[in-house]
Write a protein that binds this ligand. Structure first.
Ligand code: UDP
Ligand code: MN
Length: 337
């Protein structure tokens, strides 16, 4: 079967040796284990230029979140293994990230169609103990109902360790483009509840391994449901205004979703239809909802969630650091294009 590369069996020991030789490298400035945020999109242009416009906006969103929370960030636009195309591209990429960044403890994958919508919230890493995979999902949907949407692989954290390399190795044989992927798709559709007939995807492969593979996969996977590590866009985007009226960032859950993921939208594909128009409209709103939290520091906000136009919300001050404790007014000063 297909493999991602030479079998590695002692990665934990190799990493430990490297980190001993390079003491201090494996911590952030504030002394925490390092997290590398990883995302990517296809090497060529989108058939629909609007798709690239939103790739760029969503990339900016990740750069902002990583900057504000001390995450390292890698964005990939290269094909690493041609057999591992589309949603399978993350497998060889994650392996490369782990092997070439032994100082990094966690690799955080985020789909190109997902964005951070709570800029205050941080992953509660202390609750995950010795789990190696943190993924959004629901116990009843996954373990009781065996549904293919029991978890979502659009945004997850995976520990840089032997278990994770083994998981990638176990997933990889389902992925090669062509007959292998088609056959695996048939198996997943047969075994997983409500899965439509289509070629194998990485999410189904993970669900399949957790339910039917080695028990060690389930044993070290943490299903996160207390906040939106992945938030299905249709459940959150229509509530943004109400959230802004009633709540504030920092919750990460339905009060203020951590991540909004545009599952099912195909922004890169050509062909305008009502569904696609709604995707773009809501992507703009999600981006602005998030971006308001970034712009606030600089005294700006978007005029409306649906508008890329901005407005000044504070008068500039001769005491920008507030050292003299003067009152700052919060009102619309002037509208910007
Ligand atoms: N992806 C990538 N390179 C590619 C194709 C896809 O890095 O050549 C990534 C991209 O981030 C995308 C994810 O793989 O969001 C999942 O792929 P899928 O086709 O499921 O796209 P989605 O429906 O999530 O946009
Ligand atoms: Mn996605």
């Amino acid at each position: 079967p297909y493999t991602l590369g030479p079998k590695i069996t002692d990665w934990d020991a190799q990493r430990e040796t490297w980190n001993t030789l390079n003491a201090g490298m494996n911590q952030t400035l504030s002394g925490k284990p390092k997290t590398l945020l990883v995302s990517g999109s296809q090497p060529g242009p989108c058939a629909n230029p609007m798709g690239d416009f939103y790739h760029l906006k969503f990339l900016k969103n990740r750069i902002d979140y990583a900057r504000l929370h001390g995450l390292e960030f890698f964005y990939n636009m290269a094909t690493f293994e041609k057999e591992m195309s589309s949603f399978w591209a993350k497998l060889p990429l994650l392996r490369k990230m782990m092997l070439n960044h032994p100082d990094v403890e966690w690799v955080w994958w985020m789909d190109s169609d997902a964005i951070f919508t709570d800029f205050t919230f941080e992953m509660p890493m202390e609750k995950y103990g010795n789990n190696n995979l943190i993924v959004h999902g629901f116990h009843n949907l996954l373990y009781e109902q065996h549904r293919w949407i029991g978890l979502n692989t659009g945004s997850f954290l995976i520990r840089n360790c032997q278990w994770s390399l083994d998981l990638l190795d176990a997933l990889a044989p389902f992925g090669p483009q062509g007959p292998t992927r088609v056959k695996a798709g048939e198996l997943f559709t047969e075994k997983l509840v409500d899965r439509p007939a289509f070629e194998a995807d990485d999410q189904s492969a993970l669900v399949y391994l957790i339910l039917h593979g080695d028990p060690k996969w389930k044993a070290h996977t943490y299903l996160e449901w207390e906040f939106f590590l992945h938030g299905y866009w249709k459940y959150v985007v229509y509530n943004y205004e109400e959230m802004m009226a009633k709540n504030h960032p920092g919750y990460g859950d339905e009060r203020w979703p951590f991540v909004t993921h545009f599952v099912g939208c195909k922004p890169c594909k050509l062909g305008a239809n009502a569904e696609n128009d709604e995707c773009f409209r809501q992507m703009e709103r999600a981006f602005n909802f998030a971006d308001n939290q970034v712009l606030e520091k600089y005294g700006y906000s978007h005029r409306a969630l649906g508008s890329f136009k901005t407005q000044k919300i504070r008068r500039d001050s001769s005491d920008p650091l507030g050292l003299e404790n003067v009152e700052h007014s919060e009102q619309i000063i002037s509208e910007q294009e």
